[in-house]
Design a protein around this ligand. Structure first.
Ligand code: URA
Length: 199
């Protein structure tokens, strides 16, 4: 199974690398940067879904490897895990210029890759990082009626049914929030600690 998971994930990588129809493809080539597919255990029980790569991520091809990545790593370690134990990916796989929010057409073109990553890895917990991934995942799992601002539903646990069984959806603040709103940091760690109850 592990081999076929690796093969299926490799296939996703190849498709994203060659995604010429993406509005972000041309910029990726011009700027000589990389798409960011995802990283971590192919058998992870916990999957983190961020929004889109930032500058450091596009330069390295690795998710959450800049300042917000350092916070994410701290939070993962806070719950007694290592980054290699979980799977970290994004909704949009290429960097939108100047870190702007992803556009609906960008989400539309990249989200099917995330859907496939979920079906391959089969996590028990999907923790969304930020409002775009929260909105996409809640809608995907038929939970649109639960969608409220992140300040209202961060740290709530939603039950959902996936092709492979039950999954918990936990919306979390984006780790970057801890960089500019120090007052939320302890709440963010508290939300994070919930994850351990469900893996
Ligand atoms: N922010 C994200 O949402 N994803 C990353 O990979 C890095 C920063």
């Amino acid at each position: 199974m592990e081999n076929s998971k690796s093969e299926l994930l490799k296939q996703i990588k190849e498709e994203v690398v060659n995604l010429k129809e993406s509005p972000l493809y041309k910029e990726r080539i011009q700027n000589k940067v990389f798409p960011v597919i995802g990283e971590g255990s192919h058998d992870a029980k916990i999957m983190f879904v961020g929004e889109a790569p930032g500058k450091n991520e596009a330069l390295t091809g690795k998710p959450f490897c800049g300042a917000s990545g350092r916070i994410l790593t701290q939070m993962i370690e806070f719950i007694g895990k290592k980054r290699e134990d979980v799977y970290i990916t994004n909704l949009v796989k290429d960097r939108p210029t100047d870190n702007r929010d992803p556009l609906p057409e960008e989400i539309k073109i990249y989200a099917p890759f995330l859907d496939r990553q979920i079906d391959i890895i089969q996590p028990k917990v999907i923790a969304t990082l930020g409002r775009y991934s929260m909105a996409y995942i809640l809608e995907k799992f038929g939970l649109l009626s639960e969608l409220k601002s992140i300040s209202k539903i961060h740290g709530k646990v939603f039950d959902a049914e996936c092709s492979y069984g039950k999954v918990k959806i936990i919306p979390l603040y984006h780790p970057a929030v801890a960089l500019y709103q120090n007052s939320l940091k302890s709440q963010m760690f508290e939300d994070f600690s919930l994850i351990k109850n469900y893996e």
